[in-house]
Design a protein around this ligand. Structure first.
Ligand SMILES: C[S@@+](CC[C@H](N)C(=O)[O-])C[C@H]1O[C@@H](n2cnc3c(N)ncnc32)[C@H](O)[C@@H]1O
Length: 307
C-alpha cells in the first residue's frame, strides 16, 4: 500500500492516520508490536491495526474509539511534520487544475519544503508521470527523500539538493508544468522556461507578497510567457448546526388572551407561563465561521507557448 494505491487493509510499514476528530488527528507508522498512546488509551498495532480495513473504528484501552484512515495527500497536508510553511489543499486544488496536471504529467517543483504539495502532485501524475523537485536545504531534501521512500512513491519523484536559481531543475525540455514556491521566483524563470517542453507548458509561482508577484510577472513577460494571470483563493467554511426555535401558538394564545384579565395580560409571569405551550421547531442552519484563514499567497500562472 502506498499513498497513491488505496489498500483495503492496514499493513505493517504503512503510515496511517489516527482520527480522533476534525481538529485532532495524527499519523502513525504501523509496526508489529508497536503501541500508540491516545487520550482514549493505547492502540496496539498488532491486534488493533494490522489486518483491519482502513476506515475501521478501533476501540482503545480506556474504552474510547478512534478511526484509522488511509493517508490521502489531503490528510498528510494536515498531519505532516512541518519543516517550513506549507501549501494547503485550497491552493493546491487551484494549482493542480490551472497547471492541467493529469496522470503521466512531468512536473518540476522548487522548493520541496515539507513536501505537502509534492504528495498531491505525485498522486495526480501517477502512475506514469514524474516529479522533479529541487530543494537547496540539505536536511529538508534528505527528509523528503526518506518520506517519499516510506510512502512508497519514490519511483515517481526525483529530489535534487541544489539552488534552483543558480542550477535550475537538472532537466531540460521535459516538463509539462513548473511550480515555484521560493522567495525570489523571478530568478528561476529562465530555468523554468528551459525545463518546460519545447512545445510549451504551464507555470505557477506562489508568493505571499505582491512585490514578489510584480517582479515575477515582469520576468515572465521578459521570457516570453503569455496568459500571465494572478489569483488569490480564499476558502469560506460553514458550520452546520441544529437550531431549536420556539414558535408561539398564536391561535392558542389568542384564546387565552380573550379569557385573561387586564391585570394578567400585563404580568411578566403570565407571559412566561404561556411559553411552554408554544411549539418548538428544530432545523439545520449553516453559518460561516467568525474567523477564517485570510491571505495565504498569490498564485501567478502563465503559459509557455510555441509562438
Ligand atoms: C515555503 S517552502 C515550500 C513549501 C512547499 N511548497 C510545501 O508545500 O511543503 C520553500 C522552500 O524553498 C526552499 N528554497 C528557497 N529558495 C530556494 C532555491 N533558490 N533553490 C531551492 N530551494 C529553495 C526553502 O529551503 C524551503 O524549503
Amino acid at each position: 500500500m502506498s499513498f497513491i494505491e488505496y489498500g483495503d487493509t492496514i499493513k505493517e510499514g504503512d503510515t496511517a492516520v489516527v482520527f480522533l476528530g476534525h481538529e485532532s488527528m495524527f499519523p502513525v507508522k504501523v509496526q508489529n508490536g508497536g503501541k500508540t498512546q491516545t487520550k482514549y488509551g493505547v492502540i496496539r498495532h498488532s491486534t488493533d491495526l494490522i489486518g483491519k480495513p482502513y476506515g475501521s473504528k478501533v476501540t482503545c484501552s480506556k474504552g474510547g474509539w478512534v478511526y484509522i484512515l488511509h493517508p490521502t495527500p489531503e490528510l498528510w497536508t494536515l498531519n505532516l511534520p512541518h519543516r517550513t510553511q506549507i501549501l494547503y489543499s485550497t491552493d493546491i486544488s487551484l494549482i493542480t487544475m490551472m497547471l492541467e496536471l493529469k496522470p503521466g504529467s512531468i512536473v518540476c517543483e522548487s522548493g520541496t519544503g515539507s513536501g505537502s504539495l509534492s504528495h498531491a502532485i505525485i498522486r495526480t501524475i501517477a502512475p506514469t508521470g514524474h516529479l522533479y523537485t529541487v530543494e537547496f536545504h540539505q536536511q529538508r531534501a534528505e527528509k523528503a527523500i526518506e518520506e517519499f521512500r516510506e510512502h512508497k512513491v519514490d519511483h515517481l519523484v526525483t529530489v535534487k539538493n541544489q539552488d534552483v536559481c543558480k542550477n535550475g531543475f537538472g532537466v531540460t525540455d521535459v516538463a509539462d508544468a513548473v511550480f515555484l514556491d521560493i522567495p525570489s521566483p523571478w530568478e528561476a524563470i529562465g530555468h523554468a522556461k528551459s525545463a518546460l517542453k519545447h512545445e510549451g507548458g504551464r507555470i505557477c509561482s506562489f508568493s505571499p507578497c505582491i512585490e514578489q508577484v510584480q517582479r515575477t510577472c515582469l520576468a515572465l513577460e521578459e521570457h516570453g510567457f503569455t496568459e500571465i494571470n494572478t489569483s488569490e483563493i480564499l476558502l469560506r467554511v460553514y458550520n452546520v448546526r441544529t437550531i431549536s426555535l420556539q414558535i408561539p401558538d398564536l391561535g392558542k394564545a389568542a384564546e387565552d388572551n380573550a379569557s385573561a384579565t387586564a391585570f394578567d395580560r400585563g404580568s411578566p409571569s403570565n407571559q412566561d407561563a404561556a411559553s411552554p405551550q408554544a411549539g418548538t421547531v428544530q432545523f439545520k442552519s449553516s453559518v460561516p465561521l467568525r474567523e477564517m484563514v485570510g491571505h495565504t499567497g498569490y498564485l501567478t500562472f502563465a503559459t509557455k507557448s510555441l509562438f
